[in-house]
Design a protein around this ligand. Sequence first.
Ligand code: TYM
Length: 350
Amino acid sequence: KPLVFSGVQPTGNLHLGNYLGAIRKFVALQENNDCIYCVVDLHAITAQLVHDDLRGQIRSIAAAFIASGIDPVKHIVFNQSAVPQHAELAWVFNCVARIGWMNRMTQFKDKAGKDRENASLGLLAYPSLMAADILVYRATHVPVGDDQKQHLELARDIAQKFNIDFQDKIRTTGTGVDMVVGEEPIHGYFPLVEPLIDGPAPRVMSLRDGTKKMSKSDPSDLSRINLMDDADEIAKKIRKAKTDPEGLPSEIEGLAGRPEADNLVGIYAALADRTKADVLKEYGGQQFSVFKPALADLAVEVLAPISAEMRRLLDDTSHIDAILRDGGERAAARAQKVMGEVFDIVGFLR
Ligand code: TYM
C-alpha cells in the first residue's frame, strides 16, 4: 500500500481552505493507503515563538482530524514533537539543502516580510523540517493545498541530492531501493514525493477578495469560514461573500476572469464531491441569490457535524491525549528504523 503523510500546523483556527485543501482529502485517502497525519507543533514556533495555548491548539487539530473521519486506530495521528526523529532528520537535511533554495521559497518571503534578517532561522529552515516529516517515514504521497507545492518540490530536491551525494554509501550499507530519476535508474534511499493537490478546491480563496488565499491570518473574519463557525455565521459569511453582478455560467470556461464566482463554485463542488462542471450543469443561468443559500445549506450540512464532534472530543482531553500518545509511539517505531539507516548511510557511529 502506498504510504501517505501530511501535516497541519496548530496555529489559529482551522478554516474551510484547510478542510477542503487538506483534511477532506486525508479522509478519502484512508481507504486505499496507509496514512500518517501529523499535527506539526515544531513548525508552529517558526513564525511566532510564544503561544498562549499551544497544547489546546494541538488537541484541536487532532480533534478536527478525528471529527472529520480519520481513523486513528487503522492509521496514525500524532503530534510532531513526540517523535524526535523529525528534528534529527531535519538537521541532516539542513546540511543537504542549500541556503539559496530556502531563500527562494515564496512562503518564506511572505512570512518574513521586509525585515528578512530578523526572521527566525527556523522559519528559513522550515521546508527542510517539512521534508524530514515526510521522509522520516519514506512516505511517497502527500495531500496538500496548492500553497504547499513549492515546499514539496524542495522535498524532492533534498531527497534527490541526498540520494546522489550518498549513492556509494547507500549501496554499501544495503539500505536503498531501485528507482528511476528522470530516465535514469539509480539506487536511492529516499523516494521522490508525489504531491496530491488535485480536486475542485486546491486553493480556496478569501470570501472578500477572490484573488487572495483564504488564510488564518487574514484580519477580516468575514474572509473565511472557520470549522467551528455555527450555522448562522456560515450563512452570513456566504451571503456577504463578494461576487460580481452576473449569474452563474453554464460552462466552466465562463468562470474565467471571475475569481469570486469560480471560488464559490469550487467550494460547492468540493463539499459535494462533484466537479465544477457538474455543479454548473445544475446552477448555470441562476443568480447568486439562488446559489448562495444552496451553498450555505451544503456547507452547514457538512461542517455542523464536524464542529459538534470536535466540541465533544475536546470536552475530555484525556481521550485526545491518549490517541496522540498511541499515534506517537507507533510513528516513532517506524521513524527510528529509518533514522538508524540514515545514521549508517551518513556514517555516524551508533
Ligand atoms: P498549514 O497548516 O498552513 O495548512 C494545512 C493544510 O491546509 C492547506 N491550505 C489550503 N488549501 C486550500 N486552500 C487554502 N486557502 C488553504 N490554506 C491552507 C495547506 O496547503 C495544507 O495542506 N507546511 C504545512 C504543514 C506541514 C506539512 C508537512 C504538510 C508541515 N510538514 C509535511 C505536508 C507534509 C503548512 O503550513 O500547512
